[in-house]
Structure formats: C-alpha cells, structure tokens
Design a protein around this ligand. Structure first.
Ligand SMILES: [Zn+2]
Length: 54
C-alpha cells in the first residue's frame, strides 16, 4: 500500500517542479534528504503520486 505523507518537494532546481505526497513515490525517493523540504512549494502533484491515488 502506498504510504501517504505530508506534501514534500525537492529544492534541487534541476528536479521537476512537482510535489509528492507518498513516501514510496519512485520520483520522491530520488530526492536526497538534504534537498527534501515539506510543502508543495506551489507546484502541482507529481504524476506518479497521482497514479498512486494522490
Ligand atoms: Zn511523487
């Protein structure tokens, strides 16, 4: 089962301007802890998170 968490995003400007809501999102999992921030940053939901039911 997908594990829903508080919205988070990457501060790395080379990453897509999307936010994530599942801790096991394959895109979200590629964000290193140092680049991970909570919140949407005003960005739309990532496609994988959407497919997972976000
Ligand atoms: Zn995602």
């Amino acid at each position: 089962m997908a594990n829903r968490v508080s919205a988070y995003h990457s501060t790395n400007e080379t990453d897509p301007d999307k936010h994530h809501v599942f801790s096991d999102c394959p895109n979200g999992q590629q964000i290193p802890a140092a680049n991970r921030r909570s919140g949407t940053n005003g960005w739309p939901l990532c496609g994988s998170c959407k497919n997972m039911g976000g």
